[in-house]
Design a binder for this molecule. Sequence first.
Ligand SMILES: Nc1nc2c(ncn2[C@@H]2O[C@H](COP(=O)(O)OP(=O)(O)O)[C@@H](O)[C@H]2O)c(=O)[nH]1
Ligand SMILES: [Mg+2]
Length: 204
Amino acid sequence: MAIQFRNTTFWGVASDLKGCPQQDRPEIVLSGKSNVGKSSLVNALADNKKLARVSATPGKTRMVVYFNVDNKLYFADLPGYGYAKAAKDVKEKFNKLCDQYFVSGRKFSLVLHLIDIRHAPSADDIKMLDYMNQNNIPYFLVFTKCDKFSRAQMNRQLQEFSKILDFHDDAHCFAVSAEKKIGLDDLRRAIEEYLQDELNKSNE
Ligand SMILES: Nc1nc2c(ncn2[C@@H]2O[C@H](COP(=O)(O)OP(=O)(O)O)[C@@H](O)[C@H]2O)c(=O)[nH]1
Ligand SMILES: [Mg+2]
């Protein structure tokens, strides 16, 4: 592969837009509800369990955490939304950060929007998808924790989801398990393919 995902390192955290890295490389944003498996997915793609902190307590990530992937792109692990227990001011602060992120004009190449295969998409998921559809933001839908389901259950669930979520027929959907390392190579390859032109350009 042209991108060595194993060569991923922690870049830093940003608590506001000023703290985000310069836009010198493509940026891939991980979005989705708290606890959906964003940090686990970063670790799984990088094949490094120690990279992103995986938390059993939802809502712990309060900042955008950046990872440098093979000096070619960034992963931006956004604070998860929908954490009901966070104090109101904290919640507002990180909701604001998420919103700012998307409306700032900061350029990102792709959003990986994560949805737990076991649960129906939340109102926030639906809002986010509408937002991305309306604003032509490119995204992949990544269904996480698929080790919890059999293939038949998974197909049934995806069928249900397609009634609720407005995803196009040609939308890129992936089913992954960080825990059992399922679907990771497909996702790596798709990211690589998606970024190919942009990466070629930045090498010129
Ligand atoms: N069974 C299973 N559990 C997972 C998987 N990915 C994440 N988890 C668990 O889900 C919880 C939240 O994961 P985390 O990556 O911290 O979610 P985040 O809040 O979106 O960053 C942790 O307890 C993980 O161990 C997976 O693929 N399979
Ligand atoms: Mg996290």
